[in-house]
Design a protein around this ligand. Structure first.
Ligand SMILES: [Fe+2]
Length: 389
């Protein structure tokens, strides 16, 4: 007999939250099981002083520490393979990922390579590698990836002269520990709060209306909509507002756990096509697309879209459910503008001549098309892209 409305919920990451929680990372690591340790990060993080702060936390533990500090945005299989090649002789036992989504996803991919044969492209899909990856300690430095709470890594691959984003999922690809320290990441540029924060809002909204969601993922996603709506403007206008930064980084992680279990939708389907083709920043592409996709999707489930309006503090008292749903979409358009995100894709270099290719790439991405609450055709995607262009 098989269950009806069956879902599985996985969450395996221990979350350390609050200001200065990065110092508690020392309690999670041990010289016996985690050394030699590889820190994976990027130049921006190194220059910000955050890498030095993490090294200071690790210093009393006397671990053998190796550092790779040159992660590129939208990482490729080749990027991750070369990090592994450069460090395989160091007998690495665990990895610390210090950075945004590209860093954490790179670290996850490298953690698989240390225990499984490459190349990684044979592992695209669900649970296809054999051995558990190395333990991963993730310290997100943005407020949007969600990867620190999830069990997937997104990599860019080239096939037939076109670039695609593909995912490896693993039941044991969750980071062992994630540090959500709003004080550590305070003072970051405001535009990073807006782009990554709007990515988190996209995860939360797409997750809440996903066809694969459950009561449990709804709880993680809808509350995240509320927390992000209440905090993103304060965090964007003053990234030293530590309360707002703590709230944002926790809400982002909540959506990461949500998306690992309930999936996403059309925004991510289109944005992965754009991100792969133009090497464009994921958060900004999502933020631009989000209201246009919501405008298309809301009719599929006005009740849930009116919940989103309420979570975003839209006054819906005198509105019908349908009016409330539409008012929620309008609020997302406004919010995008208020946090300084461009309103059109052409402002980030997307060209009209590529719309057919982008729509084709998106519609073939079943991972995101299937959970989308409203069924979608190739022409629907072209229409959305033309509006957003
Ligand atoms: Fe995303």
């Amino acid at each position: 007999m098989s269950a009806t409305n069956y879902t599985e919920f996985l969450a395996q990451t221990k979350l350390l939250t609050g200001s200065d929680s990065v110092y508690n990372l020392a309690d999670e690591l041990s010289k016996d099981s985690d050394s030699p340790l590889l820190i994976v990060t990027d130049k921006g993080i190194k220059n910000s002083g955050m890498l030095d702060q993490v090294l200071e936390v690790l210093q009393p533990l006397n671990l053998e520490v190796h550092i790779f500090d040159d992660v590129k945005p939208n990482p490729t299989i080749e990027n991750t393979q070369s990090i592994y090649e450069n460090h395989k002789s160091n007998q690495i036992k665990s990895i610390v990922a210090l950075g945004g989504g590209s860093v954490i996803d790179t670290a996850k991919a490298v953690s698989i390579l240390f225990t499984n044969d490459g190349p990684l492209d044979k592992y695209f899909g669900f649970d296809l590698y054999e051995n558990s990856p190395l333990p991963l300690y993730a310290i997100p430095t943005t407020v949007g990836t969600g990867s620190e709470g999830g069990n997937a890594t997104v990599l860019t691959v080239e096939e037939n002269n076109n670039r695609f984003k593909k995912l490896i999922f693993g039941a044991d690809l969750f980071p062992k520990v994630a540090v959500l320290d709003g004080k550590l990441i305070s003072g970051m540029p405001g535009h990073l709060v807006s782009s990554t924060g709007m990515d988190a809002l996209t995860h939360a909204i797409e997750g809440y209306v996903s066809l694969n969601g459950s009561v449990i993922t709804d709880a993680l996603n809808l509350h995240a909509v509320k927390v992000i709506g209440d905090n993103i403007l304060q965090a964007y206008s003053n990234t030293n507002n530590i309360t707002a930064m703590n709230n944002m980084v926790q809400a982002s992680c909540s959506t990461g756990i949500g998306m690992s279990n309930g999936g996403l939708g059309l925004v991510h389907g289109i944005s992965h096509a754009i991100g792969a083709k133009y090497d464009a920043p994921h958060g900004i592409v999502n933020a631009i697309l989000l209201p246009y996709v919501l405008e298309y999707n809301w009719v599929s489930n006005p009740e849930k879209f009116s919940d989103i309006a309420n979570a975003l503090r839209v006054d819906t008292v005198r509105l019908t459910v349908e009016q409330a749903a539409k008012a929620g979409v309008a609020r997302v358009f406004e919010l995008t503008e208020e946090v300084g995100i461009p309103s059109q894709l052409n402002e980030i270099g997307v060209e009209e001549k590529d719309i057919d290719t982008l729509a084709e790439m998106a519609i073939n991405d079943d991972l995101y098309m299937q959970p989308n609450p409203r069924s979608v055709s190739l022409n629907d995607i072209k229409r959305i892209l033309n509006k957003a262009l």
